[in-house]
Design a protein around this ligand. Sequence first.
Ligand code: AMP
Ligand code: MN
Ligand code: MN
Length: 346
Amino acid sequence: MTPDVRDRTDRPANLGRLPGEGCPIPDSSWDRALRLIGQADEVALACHVNPDGDALGSMLAVAFVLRSMGKRVVASFGDRIFAVPRLLGFLPGQEMLVPPEEYPAAPDLMIVFDCSTFERVGLLGANAASAREVIVVDHHPSNTGFGTLDLIDADAAATAMLAEQLVYRLGGRLDRDIATCLYAGLVTDTGSFRYSSTTPAVHQMAARLVATGLRTDEIARELWDRSPFGYLKVLANALERVTLEGRLVWTYVSRVDRAAYGLPYSELEGIIDIVRRADEAEVAVVLKEDDHGDWQVSTRSKGTIDVAAVCAALGGGGHHNAAGYTSYETVEETMAKFRRELRRVS
Ligand code: AMP
Ligand code: MN
Ligand code: MN
C-alpha cells in the first residue's frame, strides 16, 4: 500500500501553505487596512497605467469583495486614453470601471494596485495626492512606499497574491469571478508559471483559484493565443528588423507600423516574449510607440543582468528580469542611452 503523503517524513514543509503564509507584511498593517476600509462608505481603487493582468485583475478582485460588503466602489487607471486592453476584455467586473474624469477628486480612501512608483498612477496621481488615505498594494522590490499605508511584499510573484490575502481578510468568498481576476494576475506575472518567482505558494494559490471552477484553458487562450490578423504583419515587421548586438537583442514597433493594420498599442505586449527567445542574448528590448508618440520600452533579462537597475536609471523600474520605462526620444537616442546604462550595470 502506498503511504499517505501526509505521513511521509520527507513531506515538504510548505505543502498546504495558507494564503499569505510567510508574507512579511505585519498583521498590524493588514488590520489598519481593514479598519480604514471598514470606516469608508466609498472606496476608490486604481491600478497602474497601461494595465496588465496583474494590475487590473488585482483591482477588480478587490472591487468585487468591497461591493459585496455594501461599499460604493469606483475603479480606474490614469491613462489619457482610457481603454481596457482587448486582451483583458474577458475579465469580469468591468462595469465597476470609470474613466479618470469621473473619479472622485479627493477620495476618503484610495487603494492603489501594482504601482511601483507614484508616477505609475498616471492621471489619477492628482486624486491620490488629495486622498485622505492611500493604501499601496504592491510587489515591486523598488517600491519605497508612497501610501499612507503600504502593503508591499517584494517576494510575492504578483500583486494578485496580496489581493487574494485582502479578499480573505475582508471575509470575502473566493467565487469564480474573483478567482478569474486573481488568476489573470498570477498567470501573467509568472509568465504562465515559468519564471523563477513561481514558488509552491504560487501553485497553491493557483489550486485554490482553479478549484472555483474557472476555465484556465479559456483564460490562456484569451491572454496568449489570439490576436487580430494585423498582429502577424506588425510582428513580421518587428522581426524583420530585429538586431543582435553582442548579448543584446532588440527591435521596435512604431505607431506607423500599427496604423497600417489598425492595431491597438496594447496588442504589442507579447512581442518581447518572442524577441527574448534569441539564445545568444542576455538582454532583450522592444521599443513600442504608443498613441501619444512616446516610446514604451520593455526589457527582459535572463538572469545575471538586473534590467530593473538599467530602467530605473532611465526613469522607469520593474523587476530584476522584467522592467520598463518611457522614452521621449527617437529610437536611436533611446537605444544609445540604453546601451550606455546597460554597460554600466553589466
Ligand atoms: P512590460 O515590459 O510592459 O511587461 O513591463 C515589465 C515590468 O516593467 C512591469 O511589470 C513594470 O514593473 C515595469 N515597467 C514597465 N513600464 C514601466 C514604466 N514606464 N515605469 C516604471 N516601470 C515600468
Ligand atoms: Mn503590472
Ligand atoms: Mn505585478
